[in-house]
Design a binder for this molecule. Structure first.
Ligand SMILES: *[C@@H]1O[C@H](CO)[C@@H](O)[C@H](O)[C@H]1NC(C)=O
Ligand SMILES: *[C@@H]1O[C@H](CO)[C@@H](O)[C@H](O)[C@H]1NC(C)=O
Ligand SMILES: *[C@@H]1O[C@H](CO)[C@@H](O)[C@H](O)[C@H]1NC(C)=O
Ligand SMILES: *[C@@H]1O[C@H](CO)[C@@H](O)[C@H](O)[C@H]1NC(C)=O
Length: 260
């Protein structure tokens, strides 16, 4: 789906705030709120901004869905300039860190990337499913994932290309199951991630563990194989918490869903 159709779709979203979470969100409004009225209703925007801040800082955890009253806010955030700008700010920091390192040159210097909402974007899917307001449905989500049509996150692809030119090895570490190996590898390749050291997916032994545990174990395994995880980037805190997290971690924005 092109950006235009995403935007057209967004234009049809109804403003229908409801749900128990709305009350909580409204309570977050600061009494001294600025009168910034340009982007829709300032009250709702500000309260949802507070919610997003809490989510991105990992103060709000274990949440199941985006508050219904924030659907428009999150939709505008994801499809507008801010998401791209926030991602660029993260990638700029990652890049200056990567460029500051002197690699050993033995092929063991690794950058770990998560996949969903880190290197591949599922925004075309989420735009049709309330930007995280709808409860997760594995059947319809996997139908989308199995099409292998997810676009690249442009800023992450930029970082990936620079990392390769700096002679990093790139490892993709994803919560996707082994059954999606082919479609994932093909999807990555198709959008420009053509060179990779490893693609690590959840095997049968990893089913039922949290992402924090699974990903920590995988990174530990990498280190036992002699790799040095110098950088680690993901959209979820579970990508960068746990053990063997790497010398530096980078958190991309994702206000649409939470994975523990
Ligand atoms: C909105 O929430 C109120 C109070 O919980 C409920 O009575 C009402 O049915 C809800 N409306 C919609 C459209 O969900
Ligand atoms: C998920 O979506 C499928 C296909 O639309 C539907 O049959 C199923 O009931 C949904 N599952 C849940 C838990 O809502
Ligand atoms: C993946 O593709 C290879 C060949 O490209 C094939 O042998 C294998 O069965 C496929 N695996 C799955 C799970 O589809
Ligand atoms: C990465 O962290 C390890 C363990 O703390 C340390 O020994 C190593 O010097 C660090 N590497 C770089 C490039 O900072």
């Amino acid at each position: 789906m092109g950006l235009l159709s995403l935007l057209l779709f967004l234009g049809t979203l109804a403003v229908s705030p409801n749900g128990s979470q709305e009350v909580e969100v409204l309570h977050q409004i600061h009494p001294l709120r600025p009168q910034s009225g340009s982007a829709g209703t300032p009250v709702r925007g500000l309260s949802c901004l507070s919610w997003r801040f809490g989510v991105e800082t990992h103060n709000i955890i274990d949440w199941k869905t985006v508050p219904q009253s924030c659907e428009n806010y999150i939709g505008h955030y994801m499809l507008g300039d801010q998401y791209r700008e926030d991602s660029k700010a993260v990638v700029d920091q990652a890049l200056s860190y990567a460029q500051s390192l002197k690699l050993a040159g033995d092929g063991k210097d690794v950058w770990v990337f998560d996949i969903d909402e880190t290197t591949l974007s599922n925004l075309p899917y989420y735009a049709h499913h309330g930007f995280g307001v709808e409860p997760y449905n594995a059947t319809i989500y996997n139908k989308w994932a199995n099409e292998g049509e997810a676009p690249a996150l442009p800023e992450s692809l930029r970082l990936y290309k620079k990392l390769l030119s700096l002679k990093f090895k790139v490892v993709f570490l994803t919560g996707r199951p082994e059954s999606q190996r082919n479609v994932t590898a093909n999807n990555l390749k198709k959008v420009g991630y053509h060179t990779l050291e490893k693609l690590l997916l959840r095997g049968s032994a990893d089913i039922g563990t949290t992402a924090v545990t699974y990903k920590s174990n995988q990174r530990e395994k990498l280190e036992k194989e002699g790799y040095r995880v110098l950088g680690n980037m993901g959209d979820q805190w579970s990508d960068i918490l746990g053990t063997h997290i790497g010398n530096r971690t980078f958190k991309l924005p994702d206000p649409m869903y939470y994975v523990s």
